[in-house]
Design a protein around this ligand. Structure first.
Ligand SMILES: [Zn+2]
Length: 144
């Protein structure tokens, strides 16, 4: 039986390791520059640049809105846990790793685990859609 997987599964795997064809990786084996060719920030293109920084991707506010619409149905404790988890007070590396992670964070002591797991599954679905849009947009922009 063929497993139903989101088309982003393979990309997620590559984005977590050194296998995604970013300019930074291409530059290691060719004469190509490591800087992002989709923006003019002169920044090396890597996972952090794609997920957090590159101005060529215009829908980061959409994802924030989408995630907020999920968590606003939960109580303040849960909202704060989720916001803290994705907070940009962490280093860019940790923040990127968390955006790519599909491991449910430990259930806070005073919460039941079933609703906590359902919440994270919904968050992960949104992030999968978001990352799929970003890599599709990247492929399209690089071809034009
Ligand atoms: Zn860029």
């Amino acid at each position: 039986m063929k497993a139903l997987t989101h088309p982003v599964a393979d990309a997620l795997h590559k984005l977590r390791g050194p296998h995604y064809p970013f300019q930074r990786h291409i530059a290691n084996t060719t004469q190509a520059p490591a800087t992002c060719i989709l923006c003019d920030t002169e920044t090396d293109e890597d996972t952090i640049h794609l997920l957090l920084q590159c101005p060529a991707y215009t829908h980061r506010t959409e994802i924030a809105k989408h995630l907020n619409s999920i968590i606003e149905r939960y109580d303040k404790t849960i909202q704060q846990e989720v916001i803290r988890y994705y907070s940009n007070s962490e280093s860019n590396l940790i923040q990127s790793a968390r955006i790519l992670s599909r491991t449910i964070p430990p259930t806070p002591n005073d919460l039941r685990s079933a609703p906590w797991k359902r919440l994270w599954q919904r968050i992960f679905e949104v992030l999968d859609d978001h990352i799929y849009i970003m890599i599709s947009q990247r492929d399209k922009l690089r071809k034009t």
